[in-house]
Design a protein around this ligand. Structure first.
Ligand SMILES: Nc1ncnc2c1ncn2[C@@H]1O[C@H](COP(=O)(O)OP(=O)(O)OP(=O)(O)O)[C@@H](O)[C@H]1O
Length: 375
């Protein structure tokens, strides 16, 4: 059983100024003998956004709940600004953690006005509350709505009130669990960017949970990719996207095309020519993976395709199965000739070849990823 109470002085680190806003070390949680959060470590610096990204059920919300203090870990430590919040024996109660929460279901109090909703987090602040409420309503762009009630506001406006309410007590850390998924697409981008700008201006450390790669790429300074309770890769969005740790990490961000091959003398022979496979042993099976937007297309010239090149290898012929316009690009699906594979190719703009048309596909070598095939 953990002891609730004040943090003892020896748990306050002297180098607090340089400390991350939030630091989680080796956090674990089991339910009914099943580990759902498995040795999770991450940190969030002041004014930075870390995104916990992963599929449904991988343990993101449980991690957030432990940091908020509403769920207790089985082991591991949680620190904020160099102060121990919980180490499995001692724990700071949720209301003393100075952690703000924003969830998809942001539930404003329907019987309270906008100003009263925002002031809710400031109870006990006395006369200072009024000034802070007005300041926050200005910051979120709703100065004229202080006396309105939630049902008189649009979804986007309600979201801004929820943000003002969460910011009211000046949390050092903001935990956000899919906070924008209830908003329609057009509203969402604007509100996301405004929210981030505000949180950064307040130097708040943000831990955002999402299962949407686009949201993580758009918002995060750092992405922590989570799978089955574990963080499998951490890094800047650009690095996570371009240097995925394995095929599943790559596939989490986009559709993929896959070629299986065996390595001989550091080379894998495929219908697209040879691929150099440095670091893979002789006889090892590999998976060569390429995203649909990186496959190059060329026209059929009486049964012939483009000449092989060093950068693109050989072309392989595919027969169009289906082509769809997606808005800014077109998705063309192929059945490959001569080997059992289907390929997807994304082409910018409108490109809608009819089913049955042959086209030649090539794979730029600098765009593909080579992984050991799963055993
Ligand atoms: N109180 C609980 N008792 C038992 N199992 C739980 C409890 N809370 C969560 N779980 C299980 O732990 C796993 C992780 O759940 P969690 O809500 O953390 O996942 P998530 O990644 O946030 O998913 P989602 O994106 O769908 O919200 C799930 O299998 C869930 O069923």
């Amino acid at each position: 059983m953990m002891q609730q109470g004040a943090i003892e002085s020896e748990t306050v680190r002297s180098e607090a100024d340089e400390a991350p806003r939030l630091e989680v070390r080796h956090l674990c949680r089991r339910f009914d003998g099943r580990t759902v959060v498995d040795d999770v470590s991450l940190s969030v610096m002041p004014g930075q956004v870390t995104c916990l990204l992963g599929p449904s059920g991988c343990g993101k919300s449980t991690t957030l709940r432990m940091i908020a203090g509403v769920e207790q870990q089985d082991s591991g430590e949680i620190w904020a600004d160099g102060q121990m919040l919980c180490d499995g024996r001692r724990t700071v109660p949720p209301e003393q953690r100075r952690i703000g929460l924003m969830f998809q279901d942001f539930a404003l109090f329907p019987h309270l006005s906008v100003a009263e909703n925002v002031a809710f987090g400031l109870r006990g602040a006395g006369g200072a509350a009024g000034g802070r409420v007005d300041e926050l309503l200005c910051k979120v762009g709703l100065p004229g709505k202080r006396d309105a009630f939630p049902h008189e506001l649009s979804g986007g406006e309600q979201q801004r009130v929820a943000l003002a309410r969460a910011l009211a007590p000046s949390p050092r850390i903001m935990l956000m669990d899919e906070p924008f998924s209830g908003l329609d697409n057009r509203l969402r981008d604007g509100i996301r960017d405004e929210t981030l700008a505000l949180l950064k201006a307040e130097n708040t450390g943000v831990l955002l949970v999402t299962h949407e790669p686009e949201e993580a790429m758009r918002m995060a300074d750092e992405v922590a990719l989570m799978r089955a309770g574990r963080i499998v890769q951490k890094g800047a969005p650009y690095n996570i996207y371009n240097a995925p740790i394995d095929k599943d990490a790559l596939a989490f961000f986009s559709d993929i095309n896959l070629i299986e091959a065996k390595v001989h003398g550091a080379l894998a022979q495929t219908p697209f020519g040879e691929f150099l496979c440095p670091g893979h042993a002789d006889g090892e099976r590999v998976e060569i993976v390429i995203r649909p937007q990186h496959v190059a297309l060329d026209f059929d010239r009486d049964g012939r395709g483009p000449e092989p090149t060093m950068q693109h290898g050989c072309a392989a012929r595919g027969i169009v199965k289906r082509a769809r316009f997606l808005g800014t690009e077109s998705l063309v699906e192929f059945a490959m000739e001569g080997f059992d594979a289907e390929f997807k190719v994304l082409v910018g703009g409108v490109f809608l070849p009819p089913p049955g048309q042959p086209l030649w596909l090539t794979i730029p070598r600098n765009r593909c990823h080579i992984f050991s095939a799963a055993a």
